[in-house]
Design a protein around this ligand. Structure first.
Ligand code: UDX
Length: 406
């Protein structure tokens, strides 16, 4: 098929690469001309494992442009523009402006809404564009985006027009994943429900971690492991730590809460999940202060800037909040991350240098290279915010970890 993809961020680029690899011809549109020019010269604006290789391999079937007119003969067009949360509410102007621009599509082509949007948005896209619309939310995780696209746990296809839904179903059949056909509104709601539920699991285990820290002989990892064996709970998303960040959970939970409030309903569990999460950075700093006495004028090394491993994304990263608080409290902050950068702290080029120069260390992101560094940390005050260290190798007088008894 000839397929348009509007919005060349994470979701758009990964979708483009995967569908081109399936033999489709892709026209990717973005209003950012620099990004478009870069992509046409093989410059990939984000780091995502395997993405560059896939885009390069399928170069002949990928064309990027800033001109919507180039979509005039596509059979189907995805909307993958961003849907930020502004002042606590979802901002849909990019989606609606894309819908308007997609009036250039052939009359019988289909618009597939992949951006995360609150219920009734896809219906509005249909009204604006005058084209048939299918809601097909994306569940990909940064760092494993390609695998999540070719082997998702399930595919949601929300449609009113069965024929349009069938065409999108055919497109994703190669994944072999279960396909669920739903209404437009259900498809939109599923995405928010999934993200909110996952955030809830994390905030829940983080509160249990707080309890473990106050009790003798308790480790939240043992508790999580045990409850995770219950099939009704499942072992995933039960890693206690410094909380959730990134480009999705923070904005989507907020947007969902305010969407519900506009309907006269409160999502109290989701509100609580956000509240618990907002406290995580403060707790990490408090832990370090309890260990060190004072952090004023001390050098603190922050290991990990990215919001999670295998990405250079620092959007809503807990690390940035921790750095800001440490600096406000008079510490000198140095940081190391294998991929990500920030202006908020002095970035150093290796974990060894970062640790050696510091009095105290906080591990904020569980990059693979931070496992097994117990020896390197000898003589430093250490807060393990992501439980990467082997507790039996650490000296308790200098060491605290999330969810571990003191
Ligand atoms: C998430 C959803 O997983 C994905 O389905 C959706 O499409 C977009 O949002 P992503 O933001 O890439 O994906 O990251 P994810 O792996 O879900 O992690 C989110 C945050 O939760 C990270 O900050 C991570 O560190 C944190 N997390 C995750 C925990 O603190 N504990 C866990 O057990 C799992």
């Amino acid at each position: 098929m000839k397929i348009g993809i509007v919005g060349l961020g994470y979701v758009g680029l990964v979708t483009a690469a995967v569908l081109a690899d399936r033999g489709h011809y892709i026209v990717g549109v973005d209003i950012d001309e620099n990004k478009v020019n870069g992509l046409n010269c093989g410059r990939i604006p984000i780091y995502e494992p395997g993405l560059e290789e896939l885009l390069t391999k399928n170069r002949d079937r990928l064309h990027f442009t800033a001109r919507y007119e180039e979509l005039k003969d596509v059979e189907l067009a995805f909307i993958t523009v961003s849907t930020p949360t502004i002042n606590g509410k979802i901002f849909l102007d990019y989606v609606y402006s894309a819908a308007k621009s997609l009036q250039v599509l052939p009359k019988d082509s289909i618009i597939v809404v992949k951006s995360t949007v609150v219920p009734s948005t896809s219906r509005r896209v249909k009204e604006i564009s005058g084209r048939e619309v299918v809601a097909n939310p994306e569940f990909l995780r940064e760092g494993s985006a390609i695998l999540d696209t070719v082997r998702p746990d399930r595919i949601i296809i929300g449609s009113e027009n069965a024929e349009a839904g069938n065409i999108v179903e055919e497109l994703w059949k190669f994944t072999g994943s279960p396909i669920l056909r739903t209404s437009l509104e259900e498809a939109e709601l599923i995405k928010y429900t999934a993200n909110s539920f996952l955030s809830l699991k994390i905030s829940f285990i983080n509160e249990i971690a707080n309890l473990c820290e106050k009790l003798p002989n308790c480790d939240v990892k043992t508790i999580a492991n045990a409850i995770g064996m219950d099939k009704r709970i499942s072992p995933y998303f039960l890693d206690a730590g410094l909380g959730w960040g990134g480009s999705c959970f923070p904005k989507d939970t907020q947007a969902f809460v305010s969407f519900a409030r506009d309907l006269g309903e409160r999502l109290r569990t989701v509100e609580a999940s956000i509240e618990v999460n907002n406290e995580r950075p403060k707790r990490a700093v408090k832990m370090l202060k309890e260990l060190m006495g004072s952090i004023k004028d001390k050098v603190i090394c922050v290991l990990g800037i990215a919001f999670k491993p295998n990405t250079d994304d620092t959007r809503e990263s807990v690390a940035l909040k921790i750095i800001m608080q440490l600096s406000e409290e008079g510490a000198k902050v140095i940081a190391y991350d294998p991929r990500a950068k920030t202006d908020l702290a002095e970035m150093v080029s290796s974990k060894e240098e970062c640790i050696n120069r510091a009095n105290g260390v906080i591990i904020v992101t569980e990059w693979k290279e931070f496992y097994g560094i117990e020896e390197l940390l000898k003589g430093k005050y250490v807060v393990d915010g992501r439980r990467v260290l082997r507790k039996e190798l650490m000296d308790k007088r200098y060491f605290r970890a999330i969810g571990l008894s003191t």
